[in-house]
Design a protein around this ligand. Structure first.
Ligand SMILES: *[C@@H]1O[C@H](CO)[C@@H](O)[C@H](O)[C@H]1NC(C)=O
Ligand SMILES: *[C@@H]1O[C@H](CO)[C@@H](O)[C@H](O)[C@H]1NC(C)=O
Ligand SMILES: *[C@@H]1O[C@H](CO)[C@@H](O)[C@H](O)[C@H]1NC(C)=O
Ligand SMILES: *[C@@H]1O[C@H](CO)[C@@H](O)[C@H](O)[C@H]1NC(C)=O
Ligand SMILES: *[C@@H]1O[C@H](CO)[C@@H](O)[C@H](O)[C@H]1NC(C)=O
Ligand SMILES: *[C@@H]1O[C@H](CO)[C@@H](O)[C@H](O)[C@H]1NC(C)=O
Length: 351
């Protein structure tokens, strides 16, 4: 109950900060990762993994398909609003990413990228290492605009959010007949942990002091995973995939504790999106949903990216009560629930 009141206060504070004259709670928001947070960086790339056409974005402002993999807002869009920002961090590869727009942050994420650069390369997405390079370039632009001291304050005060890993498993590891025969999920997770650990240390080296990282979702409950990995007709979450996700998340937690102890002044929060998403899938009605298995787009079994398009047959007319918008991605309604969870868990990053 107390927690609920605290959230309400924060949400209200956020709204006042946003719509009044107040300042956002942090100077900037820096986003890196995959399609869960990509707001349009893949649009002008030669890749099949895009979402800048209808029905994507049909519930977004002006029904605009911006490249977000949802019918409306992503969880980080709500997060930006709650923190009091009046605009979303610009996609770094878009035309708006110039001048003073950059001062409140930027989004470097790219759908189909992973911790492992090899995952991104399979789909010609922007690798995590390249995202980091782009962030460095971003930093020098900001430094040129406001001077080194102010720039360093912005980088140290900004929330840096990393959300990736699902593509490493679903779009690389599980479907690679060689990799998943010679490397166990446990070993593969360890490999990703090494990358994660180096990435956080690099980000810290660039002056980041507030970092959030999301866990893997319940991979086995994503409609496309159910379609790909269970026998026809079995409509339950794939236990094996969920176990792998839980085991990965435990390692992520452990590695993050290690990094927090090692890097002075670093606030590093692991955002658990596994539990709230699983909760929506298992108890849809209590959470305001009636459809938690089938996605809204197309047949709801598999379609994502170019397969989810204006001619997909069967797309639902109203995604409000669907947990999933497409085969891999939550609806705006589910994203709103996730964002509330992020807000509660993220308090250490704004205090
Ligand atoms: C749709 O989004 C694109 C890119 O984000 C933007 O350039 C365009 O102005 C938007 N259109 C409308 C109608 O809002
Ligand atoms: C950003 O670039 C666009 C053209 O690409 C230009 O119209 C706009 O004025 C620029 N904005 C700033 C703040 O420099
Ligand atoms: C569906 O899969 C679950 C575990 O993944 C298993 O327990 C259950 O027996 C299966 N049901 C059918 C009808 O095959
Ligand atoms: C991470 O560890 C903390 C405490 O050690 C625990 O409260 C939390 O539930 C763990 N989160 C995950 C995702 O395992
Ligand atoms: C996580 O850390 C705890 C305590 O330090 C340890 O017991 C556990 O084995 C670790 N788990 C993994 C998966 O590394
Ligand atoms: C979708 O349904 C919700 C209630 O279930 C309603 O509030 C909303 O207006 C509907 N949206 C559209 C676009 O019809």
């Amino acid at each position: 109950m107390k927690m609920l009141m605290l959230i309400n206060c924060l949400v209200i504070a956020g709204f006042y900060a946003g719509f009044g004259t107040g300042q956002p709670l942090v100077p900037a928001l820096i986003i890196m990762g995959d399609s869960v947070v990509d707001t349009g960086n893949n649009n002008r790339r030669t890749t099949l993994v895009k979402a800048n056409f209808p029905p994507y974005g049909r519930d977004f402002f002006a029904h605009n398909a911006t490249g977000r993999f949802s019918n409306g807002k992503l969880a980080i869009d709500f997060t930006a609003e709650y923190l009091g920002f009046t605009s979303y961090p610009v996609p770094y590869l878009s035309q708006q990413a110039n001048g003073t727009h950059l001062l409140t942050g930027a989004n470097f994420a790219s759908a189909a990228s992973g911790f492992d650069d090899a995952t991104a390369l399979l789909y010609n997405a922007i690798t995590l290492n390249q995202q980091l390079k782009n962030y460095k370039e971003y930093q020098s632009k900001v430094t040129n605009m406001v001077g080194r001291d102010r720039a360093n304050e912005i980088f140290a005060g900004a929330i840096h959010l990393l959300s990736t890993g699902s593509s490493d498993f679903l779009q690389s590891y599980y479907i690679n007949p060689i990799l998943n025969r010679i490397v166990t999920p446990d070993r593969y997770s360890d490999r990703l942990m090494n990358i994660y650990s180096k990435f956080i240390q690099n980000l810290y080296g660039l002056g980041a002091r507030k970092i959030g990282v999301t866990t893997l979702p319940p991979l086995g409950c994503l409609p496309a995973a159910i379609t790909m990995f269970t026998e026809a007709g079995n409509n339950t979450c794939v236990e094996r995939l969920n176990r792998d996700a839980v085991s990965f998340n435990t390692k992520l937690n452990n590695t993050s504790i290690y990094l927090t102890n090692k890097l002075p002044g670093l606030k590093l929060v692991v955002f658990d999106i596994y539990t709230p998403l699983l909760n929506m899938v298992m108890n849809p009605v209590e959470n305001g949903f009636f459809e938690a298995r089938r996605a809204c787009c197309g047949t709801g079994t598999m379609e994502t990216s170019f397969l989810c398009n204006a001619r997909s047959v069967g797309t639902c007319s109203n995604a409000t009560n669907y947990v999933f918008w497409d085969g891999f991605h939550p609806s705006e309604a589910a994203n709103r629930v996730l964002a509330r969870n992020l807000l509660v868990q993220g308090i250490p990053l704004i205090s």
